[in-house]
Design a protein. Structure first.
Length: 391
């Protein structure tokens, strides 16, 4: 079982608390106390409840309990004054009041009748500027590298109702390698260089660390431009190129006013519970998502990166223009794009296909930037990719 809240993950199986890519040290009793509060967040937990659960009913002084509560608050960025996440209810007890998303991990799921989730292995490599990049591999077969797109989290995405069906389906067909770009997910957040050039170098670093000589490359959204740049630089290593929902020109070059609006909204509302912000941002990426999918996408904001990094990443991708590189792509290329994609205009996908010699273009009947499992376009997307990879 994993609990996701703000930019934290509490993993019960591993007994780990992470903030972004950082592992937070916790005493065993503090971990157990935090776990109990989250598991019972729908009610006020009394002192007796905590003593029975965490200390097995042994006699515990008020000062000891207070010390553990304070340690738990400090570990998750809370305090006794703020009480943003762990609230003291006078003469009643304590309650965890933060927004939490639960996920049953693969080891727990295997014990149920649900289909087994493919296993992935997470590793770290170091870019040339000493930034740690997290990458994961899963499945067997032909190697397929998925370039990072607009905000990823290797573990969160692997289990989310938005990304997991698609990622698991790919891992069932291929040896899937993917990574969190710098500034988000499990990769380092505190970095000096967030730029398109750095994104390309990170892809180079991951490919080398994974020991791949020849592979197919898959770009989604902003990952398309990164994949194009990599392919032009290393044509001998890329066997096939897949581009989905992508662009050659970043948002700031296509629509400066929209880019400025999005950056302003991120600064003001990133990770908040402001419904207006959620509705605007989610409508660009998942206009036809169900409530569960929309909530996961909203939680993505708090978990994957900080407001400052989100703006920096958007600014870096907004200024991209790889139009001049398109004629230099010399590998078999498949371009897919949602006909009514609200995040990246359909014409941007057409531009990619028209600019790359011999590229095949497929229009998907969807409004979602991230195609969802319940849509007919999802099966078409997966079929086109797997058929293309088989040559």
């Amino acid at each position: 079982m994993q609990f996701y809240f703000e930019n934290h993950i509490l993993d019960l199986n591993r007994r780990e608390l992470r903030r972004g890519s950082n592992l937070i040290d916790l005493e065993p009793q503090v971990f157990d106390l935090l776990t109990y509060l989250m598991q019972n967040r729908d009610r006020v937990v009394s002192k007796d409840d905590l003593i029975a659960s965490v200390w097995g009913g042994r006699i515990v002084s008020d000062s000891t309990l207070s010390t553990r509560i304070n340690a738990a608050r400090k570990a998750i960025g809370d305090s006794g004054d703020a009480q943003r996440l762990i609230r003291t209810m006078a003469r009643k007890g304590f309650r965890f009041t933060g927004t939490v998303t639960e996920h049953v991990t693969s080891s727990a799921a295997a014990a149920s009748a649900a289909p087994a989730i493919p296993q992935q292995e997470v590793h770290f490599c170091t870019a040339s500027d000493n930034v740690r990049i997290a990458y994961a591999s899963a499945g067997q077969g032909v190697p397929l590298v998925k370039a990072a797109n607009w905000l990823n989290h290797l573990e969160y995405d692997w289990h989310s109702p938005i990304w997991s069906p698609f990622l698991h389906a790919l891992a069932a067909e291929c040896h899937l390698v993917r990574y969190d770009e710098r500034g988000n997910g499990l990769s380092d957040w505190d970095v000096d260089d967030i730029s398109f050039e750095a994104f390309v170098r990170d892809l180079e670093t991951v490919v080398d660390a994974a020991g791949l000589d020849k592979f197919s490359l898959f770009g989604i959204s902003q990952g398309c431009a990164v994949s194009i740049a990599y392919t032009v630089r290393h044509p001998e290593r890329v066997e096939r190129l897949i581009l989905h929902g992508g662009f050659a020109r970043g948002r700031a070059r296509r629509n400066p006013e929209q880019a400025e609006t999005l950056e302003s909204l991120i600064r003001q509302g990133w990770g908040s519970e402001n419904p207006a912000f959620r509705q605007f941002f989610t409508s660009l990426f998942l206009p036809d998502g169900n409530p569960e999918q929309m909530q996961w996408f909203n939680d993505l904001q708090r978990i994957t990166t900080s407001p400052a990094n989100a703006v920096r990443i958007m600014q870096a991708t907004g200024q991209v223009d790889v139009s001049d590189l398109l004629p230099q792509v010399r590998v078999p290329t498949l371009v897919l794009h949602g006909r009514n994609d609200a995040a990246i205009p359909f014409d941007e996908g057409r531009r990619l296909a028209a600019g790359i010699p011999g590229a095949r273009f497929v229009a998907l009947e969807t409004r979602n930037h991230v195609v969802l499992e319940h849509e007919p376009a999802w099966s078409r997307l997966l079929e086109e990719i797997t058929t293309f990879l088989k040559g």
